[in-house]
Design a protein around this ligand. Structure first.
Ligand code: WT7
Length: 647
């Protein structure tokens, strides 16, 4: 795709938009020239119990990394997402819930949301949850997931939402790491017509979590579940016992709001910690500008609340802005491949935000499922989670948006709390495949391997030169790991882990991860995690995992496995190992391809040369590079000779 293909801003979008092109550039200049002044003003978009006088207190210096915003102000995220709207929007819809089954949906008004959140907050308090406690939320996409997050925020408990697709082991690891004593789950989830045994998974996880005192269970399906008397409580029973009045706790701007576990290049997932004031200001502001959100519009982000996208752009950003946010329990292809667009028509969605992997999967079904819907309420389309290939971008634009709707390709990360690089619909001309230009206050820099800032058109590693309010503050319980991961490679800058190109117009093109993190269907996975799951199997001696290009998923998981002496490779064992990884981590970590490797390419000091394994997985043998430093160059020939066919 040539980068000269430009889709200009449409006049009718610019006319209605918060900002036009000149407006963007002016505000951006202000935001980087005077961050203190800019954010002092922007901070006012949320309600503060006690206004801040301090705006920014930040150091990226490795010996003293600290990040504080608005740090003498007090506020409450739940208050901002509910109470604050009662005067003007009590009867307006806060959440539209669309069930997995198309016959099920409901509207929850701001008044109802407030009541639900207050009741749950009181029920949690009555069961011993206090400010600062960690609460693990393992729920399907039902309104109770949003209630639970906001109820935690209301009483100052720190939520840790664990994606419902994670296995009992993965759930247990996350409960243990943050020492949660309280878990909120459901009997079962429902997705694509299939049941997900969330309570049974929780029971299994809790066998290794002796600290958990209470499990609050939402009745979603009424399916049969085990019950642990004294520990398990029905959500609806506990909420019925308490009052619907629960004043929001006064929180310091820097009090933690949530932990969200995400994969890194080494070790187990880390607990990304976000705090209250700066996060909320940033989520709300980006939601307004990037999606050009106007009062009364119906906004739909298809992510799961188990990921940061769901936190910032289903719950906190939209609700802080008093928006109507749609929450979808199901999947794109159930009952059929036109479900997304049917839901858009049914609820008159005007802003739609999804992942490239979903677009590619639907693209494969052809245009008919899209074209038999109207989609005339749609105004803005967004993508997130992985690089979008220009073909998918153009299909989304032409087929879904009828060439009428601007596309915002939003680049950000769990760590960044909100969108950092993205077009603004009325202001920035787009180029298919480019996330375009930085959001207000964001200073991207591209550095080479030595940390030298590259100027003009260039390609290298993407860093951010200064803080923004939504930035993560630390790794829960391990500040050293925070410093090590993000501030040690290029001192004085935040390192994203992504590669990036900047073109001659100053547009940014994210090229993907440059570390041992892979992005499978927009889900982030550490290769080390999959490897440790594999080697935990009794028949596996060694494993190395890399990503390879996959038509739908973006990247697939390619595992090289060396069996222990005496074990023979077989189709059966291959299947067993795939099941094993699913059990250890969850279905999203299933290896797509497993190659039996009698040996792995290692340096003489024993380090696995992943570069070579990546090339083989990518079918790029011409380019294996220098193999002379290998302890046994012969293993490469064997691996090349026995490579797996890619899908
Ligand atoms: C990684 C972060 C941000 C919420 C969802 C994922 C990749 C994300 C884009 C984009 C190219 C993207 C990056 C990033 N990524 N958005 N628009 N274009 N790549 O959050 O799980 O923390 O993953 O997703 O590689 O580092 P996450």
């Amino acid at each position: 795709m040539s980068q000269s293909s430009i889709i200009p801003v449409r006049p009718e979008i610019a006319e209605k938009a918060w900002l036009d092109e000149a407006g963007y550039h002016k505000l951006y200049q202000q935001s980087v020239a005077d961050p203190e002044g800019f954010w002092a003003e922007q901070g006012k978009r949320i309600h503060w119990f006690k206004p801040y006088s301090q705006v920014k207190d930040v150091s990226f210096a490795p010996e003293d990394v600290h990040i504080r915003w608005f740090h003498d102000g007090t506020t409450n995220a739940s208050y901002n997402c509910t109470d604050r709207h009662l005067a003007t929007k009590k009867d307006d819809t806060a959440i539209i819930w669309e069930g997995d089954d198309p016959s099920e949906h409901k509207h929850i008004s701001y008044g109802e949301l407030h009541e639900e959140v207050c009741r749950l907050a009181n029920a949690m308090k009555a069961n011993g949850v206090k400010k600062g406690d960690r609460v693990t939320i393992y729920l399907p996409m039902i309104p109770e997931a949003a209630y639970a997050m906001l109820a935690c925020a209301r009483i100052g408990a720190i939520h840790s939402v664990v994606f419902g697709g994670f296995s009992p082991d993965a759930l247990a690891g996350r409960i243990q790491d943050c020492e949660s004593a309280f878990v909120i789950t459901a009997d079962e989830g429902v997705r694509g017509g299939r049941k997900i045994p969330l309570k049974a998974n929780t029971d299994k996880a809790l066998a290794s979590c002796p600290n958990v005192q209470k499990v609050l269970v939402v009745r979603r399906t009424g399916g049969r579940i085990e019950w642990s008397e004294g520990r398990d409580l029905w959500y609806h029973e506990e909420c019925a016992k308490v009052s619907d009045d629960c004043p929001a706790e006064e929180m310091n701007a820097e009090d933690p709001l949530f932990i969200l576990y995400t994969s890194g290049s080494t070790g187990k997932p880390k607990g990304v910690l976000h705090t209250t004031g700066g996060y909320l200001v940033y989520a709300a502001m980006t939601h307004q500008y990037v999606f050009d959100y106007h009062d009364g519009e119906i906004y739909w982000c298809t992510a799961d609340v188990g990921w940061v996208t769901g936190h910032s752009y289903i719950v906190y950003g939209p609700l802080a802005n008093g928006a109507t946010t749609l929450m979808f329990e199901g999947v794109p292809n159930y009952p059929d491949a036109s479900r997304f667009w049917q839901v858009c028509d049914k609820h008159k969605v005007s802003i739609f935000y999804t992942a490239p992997t979903a677009i590619r999967a639907l693209m494969r079904e052809g245009e008919a499922p899209v074209k038999r819907t109207k989609r005339d309420s749609l105004r803005i389309l967004g993508t997130v989670g992985e690089p979008i290939n220009p073909e998918a971008w153009l299909w989304y634009h032409r087929v879904v948006g009828d060439e009428r709707c601007p596309i915002v390709d939003t680049w950000w990360q769990t760590e960044t709390g909100g969108i950092l690089i993205s077009p603004l619909p009325g202001a920035i001309d787009t180029k298919p495949g480019s996330a375009t230009l930085p959001f207000f206050g964001v200073k991207p820099v591209i550095v080479d391997a030595d940390g030298k800032h590259l100027e003009g058109a260039c390609e290298g590693n993407l860093c951010i030169a200064d803080s923004w309010p939504g930035q993560m503050r630390t790794v829960f319980g391990d500040h050293e790991r925070f410093v090590q991961t993000y501030f040690s490679a290029y001192p004085g800058r935040y390192f994203s882990g992504d590669g990036c190109r900047r073109d001659e117009d100053g547009y940014y093109w994210i090229t993907g991860r440059v570390d041992d993190v892979i992005n499978v269907s927009g889900h982030r996975m550490g290769t080390a995690e999959v490897e440790s799951a594999l080697v935990a199997h009794a028949k596996v001696a060694e494993a190395a995992v890399v990503g390879y290009p996959h038509d739908i998923k973006g990247q697939g998981i390619y595992a090289y496995v060396t069996l222990v002496a005496g074990e023979e490779p077989s189709e059966e064992l291959r299947k067993e190992l795939v099941q094993w990884v699913r059990k250890e981590i969850g279905p999203i970590a299933s290896p797509d391809l497993i190659q039996w490797a009698p040996g792995l390419p290692k340096t003489r000091s024993g380090k696995i040369m992943r570069r070579i394994l990546r090339k083989i997985a990518e079918n790029d043998y011409g380019n294996l590079g220098d193999t002379s430093t290998l302890a046994d160059p012969g293993v490469v020939d064997d691996l090349v000779g026995n490579r797996m066919n890619r899908s």
